[in-house]
Design a protein around this ligand. Structure first.
Ligand code: ADP
Ligand code: MG
Length: 257
């Protein structure tokens, strides 16, 4: 195992049993290792097992086979140092921004004053200063997703698992959130694994893009992205970017490289 790997999946797979003779193979045997500070994206057709893989890596569900290791120890339940952001922000509608963000800390017994301090710091980091007292319904979709990101960051995770975090945002807001995510990531370079449907977003953000086949999903390709950092929007209009787009489109369409 790579000694620098922060999060490792070894031969994990998932079969769901819906009845005595009804089962669904959701995720084929999959292995991956995320290095310290690496930003990796996964693209693949709908229903190929991307969310299932992320949930397994986050310890939210147990795989049918295989094992997950975080900092070299087996993951069998959710860990505070592995942050999770879903497509829908899942905020408590009656709680303000600050109350939503500090909730996971308070539930874990953190002293109120410290929880508040930490929550204020991550709210500032995600660019929501001034909206601490707003309720979710008073915030735009992009802002709600920032709250969800702040809530994931409040534990100071080492790894972040993002499941189509910008999937329900309009195109311009998504672009803006991509740049915001890069800014936040550059602060302390967490290890990130992000699922997305958007090939452009995957290339723009990542050090590496993994392609999955249709269900049961297998990783069919791992493509290194050598575009220099910090990334800027001009990167999108280069021949290099166009050729990466073409390559990944082709991989997705054929299920292989
Ligand atoms: P993706 O995120 O790539 O769209 P998912 O990981 O959500 O795919 O799902 C993969 C397959 O597993 C789908 O066919 C989905 O319907 C099925 N599935 C997901 N979760 C469950 C579950 N808890 N029980 C039964 N089937 C499930
Ligand atoms: Mg999914």
């Amino acid at each position: 195992m790579n000694p620098n790997a922060v999060l490792v999946a070894q031969n994990v797979s998932m079969t769901f049993y819906d009845g005595p003779d009804r089962h669904l193979e959701a995720l084929g045997e999959t292995s991956l290792a995320l290095d310290d500070g690496e930003f990796v994206s996964i693209i693949g057709p709908s229903g190929c097992g991307k969310s299932t893989l992320l949930r397994i890596l986050g310890g939210l569900v147990q795989p049918s086979s295989g094992e997950v290791f975080f900092e070299s120890t087996p993951v069998t339940a959710p860990r505070p140092r592995i942050g999770f952001v879903f497509q829908h922000p899942n905020l408590m509608p009656w709680r303000t921004t600050i109350a939503n963000v500090e909730l996971p800390l308070i539930l874990r017994g953190t002293h109120e004053k410290l929880a508040r301090e930490k929550a204020l710091a991550v709210i500032d980091l995600v660019g929501l200063s001034g909206f601490e007292q707003a309720l979710p319904r008073e915030l735009s979709g992009g802002m709600q997703q920032r709250v969800a990101l702040a809530r994931a960051l409040v534990h100071e995770p080492r790894a972040l698992l993002l499941d189509e975090p910008f999937g329900s945002l309009d195109a311009l807001t998504r672009e803006h959130m991509n740049d915001e995510l890069l800014r936040i990531w550059s602060v302390d370079r967490k290890t990130v694994l992000m699922v997305t449907h958007n090939i452009e977003e995957a290339i723009y953000l990542s050090d590496r893009v993994l392609v999955m086949s249709s269900r049961p999903g297998y990783i069919t390709e791992s493509l290194d992205i050598h575009i220099a950092r910090p990334r800027i929007r001009e990167n999108l209009y280069t021949p290099e970017f166009a050729s990466l787009m073409k390559r990944l489109h082709h991989s997705l369409a054929t299920g292989s490289a």
